[in-house]
Design a protein around this ligand. Structure first.
Ligand code: IVH
Length: 634
């Protein structure tokens, strides 16, 4: 578990977006355009994020990012990398260093050459790496540290997680101190005052890119002042004080061979273009997303034209692009090269998996299969989501294995796994199953034991993860976390649900009031849980698991821990966004509307009806001074 979460960066795709970032930052901090604000620009290295924990200057742990909270322990492998110091000079008691592991072009070419030589000697086919990032990642994840040791890996430190004390008042100066302690740092960091200088940096680094001996995929821009960074805080997975400005993605032209329809867990019919394999951005691409039927027709979500209104047809010559790890997409269509017999694509109106009708509701661009409980693809999609890494993380139940258990039926004709609940009952159902699992093709006693060990380990789960794992539309990781934070435990959540169902007609007001949860998400949750079958399944599922709120309870206690707070009116010392962000950082739950469930209402001038309602309900009301006094206790 990282000492502080490993955040990612918000992305911008053109340098002019830096101006918007500057405006946003100033707005949050209440700084006008003339106020001084320093930034630091750095190259964004395209490698593998790593967190190094030093205690008293000794390297004690190295971990990958993982989901941001808990990474993979790769200490033994990292210790073999010569450029990462095992001892630091003059280091503070505790320091978590974040940086990038990467491979230079030279090291990468040498590795692939060696792999090929070794393969040809052994008479096999070489398993070479597609690009330096994959090679670096592969090297760090080797099971045998002796293999990692043979790979020439480089490292650059670019930020600091937890630290006792502080190294400097600014980011750039702190990074230089890391350099003095013996850590490799970038020589290309620059501080600037005017955001236009950031745009100039982007242009310079773009021009330098081809000359560099390592891959970069853009630049980063960070607020230099660490006190301001703290005020800016973070939202979901990235800090408000930094942004990545990515290079335009690489593109290539190829031919569209056919369009396939995939059905996801929400029943969405997702069109996928099969293209003649083409190399883009260091990988071979043969499948490209086409989003939805409007996209194929050349119409965007707001009704305007995409590609000047050109549709996409089988046989077309298309431009494929990909940036970072995202799924490749289609840019342009070359109409001049369209075959004379190419016909507009007719999107199916039935589900190709189960034959149910596929319909579009309201202004949704997505066509969905209506067989929610009967469509094999939807059921499997939900199960695969449930066991996926971000959800319950049951590695032993990969896609193929889930399908195996879904296809095998018991004597009553019921699939062995049809719902998440079945996963936890699998062991007891298989106890009397004929033939025993160990005798199934591809299975044995040890793989059977491993599977049950993993399933049982996945009984320990947090409220947020379980809610997310259920795969309800719009209930993403962040929404699930907010809901879990708000209700605290499943029983409270369930009571609120019960009360809502009993007084139908007004929606799930408790959920709708949570800051950052839209009405759309609240409606989708209610729609899912109002189904008695689904609710019964979840109730039984909750009885099978063991809620683990470890980590949440570890936060330091503050006067706001666990308190529900509403901000209303204007504060003079900070914007409301900053007030909310700081209250959340102190463990408060932020609510947007006043009700009896609210503990504190901070009222600035102009708070009007919310303040009146708070007085009627006899809630604790704070003015700005009291609020500032609370902040000072942090
Ligand atoms: S700062 C909280 N600086 O890019 C801020 N990240 O897309 C943490 N990266 O996960 C990141 N070069 O692994 C930062 N100079 C740089 C970087 C950099 C590469 C990676 C990093 C991060 C990812 C986000």
């Amino acid at each position: 578990r990282h000492e502080t979460p490993m955040l990612s960066l918000d992305n911008a795709f053109k340098p002019e977006d830096l101006i918007e970032f500057d405006l946003r930052t100033r707005r949050f901090l209440g700084l006008d355009a003339a106020a001084a604000l320093s930034y630091v620009a750095e190259p964004k290295i395209d490698g593998l994020a790593i967190s190094l924990l030093y205690r008293h200057g000794e390297l004690v742990r190295a971990a990958t990012r993982g989901g941001g909270e808990i990474g993979e322990d790769v200490t033994a492998n990292i210790r073999t990398i010569a450029t990462i110091p095992k001892h630091l000079r003059n280091a503070p008691e505790l320091m978590e260093i974040r940086g990038e592991i990467f491979m230079t072009h030279e090291a990468f070419a040498a590795l692939n050459r060696d792999l090929e030589t070794a393969a040809s000697r052994g008479g096999g086919v070489a398993q070479t790496y597609a690009n330096p990032r994959n090679a670096a990642s592969g090297a760090v994840r080797q099971l045998d540290p002796a293999i990692t040791a043979t790979r020439q890996l480089s490292f650059v430190a670019h930020s600091i997680g937890a630290i006792s004390g502080r190294l400097a008042s600014g980011h750039h100066a702190a990074i230089r101190r890391l350099g003095a302690m013996g850590l490799p740092i970038s020589t290309l960091c620059e501080t600037f005052q005017d955001i236009n200088a950031g745009i100039a940096y982007y242009k310079r680094i773009t021009a330098m890119r081809a000359e560099l001996d390592f891959d970069i995929d853009g630049m980063t821009c960070k607020v230099d002042d660490l006190a301001l960074q703290e005020r800016l805080g973070s939202q979901s997975a990235w800090p408000r004080w930094a942004i990545a400005c990515k290079f335009p993605p690489e593109t290539a032209w190829t031919r569209l061979l056919g369009i396939e329809i995939q059905i996801g867990r929400t029943g969405a019919l997702s069109p996928v273009a099969k293209v003649e394999t083409v190399r883009v951005g260091g990988v071979d691409v043969s499948s490209v997303t086409l989003h939805n039927e409007d996209y194929i027709a050349g119409i965007s979500a707001d009704g305007s034209f995409i590609r000047n209104g050109a549709d996409i047809r089988v046989g077309d010559t298309v431009e494929v692009y990909r940036s970072g790890d995202v799924i490749p997409k289609i840019g342009q269509v070359d109409l001049a090269r369209r075959p004379a017999d190419a016909r507009p694509y007719v999107f199916p109106s039935t589900c190709p998996e189960c034959g149910s009708k596929a319909i579009r509701e309201g202004d949704d661009a997505v066509r969905r299969c209506i067989g929610v409980h009967t469509c094999r693809a939807q059921i499997l999609g939900r199960l695969k989501h449930f066991v996926s890494r971000e959800a319950m993380n049951i590695e032993g139940l990969g896609g193929k294995i889930i399908e195996q258990f879904f296809t095998r039926e018991d004597t009553d004709g019921v699939p062995l796994i049809r719902s998440p609940l079945d996963i936890y009952r699998l062991e007891s159902r298989l106890a009397t199953f004929d033939p025993p699992l160990a005798d199934w093709p591809g299975w044995g006693e040890s793989s059977e034991a491993n599977l049950f060990r993993e399933i049982n380990a996945a009984r320990k789960v947090t409220f947020a993860r379980l809610l997310f794992a259920l795969g309800i539309r719009f209930a993403g990781v962040r929404s699930a976390e907010r809901i879990a934070e708000h209700f605290g435990d499943w029983a409270t959540f369930d009571r609120s649900l019960e009360a809502t169902i009993a007084t139908l007609g007004h929606g799930w007001t408790d959920v709708m009031g949570i800051d950052g949860i839209g009405d759309r998400t609240a409606a989708s949750l209610l729609e899912a849980f109002i189904d008695p079958g689904f609710r019964a399944m979840v109730t039984a599922l909750v009885a099978e698991v063991d809620f683990d709120e470890e980590g949440e309870g570890e936060h330091r206690q503050t006067p706001l821990t666990g308190k529900t707070i509403v901000f209303t009116g204007t504060l003079t010392s900070m914007k409301r966004a900053e007030a909310k962000s700081r209250a959340a950082a102190m463990g408060a739950k932020i609510y947007s509307s006043v009700s009896k469930n609210v503990d504190i209402v901070v009222c600035g001038p102009g708070s009007g009806t919310k303040e009146r309602k708070a007085r009627d309900l006899d809630l604790r009301i704070m003015d700005e001074d009291e609020w500032l006094a609370i902040l000072n206790t942090a």
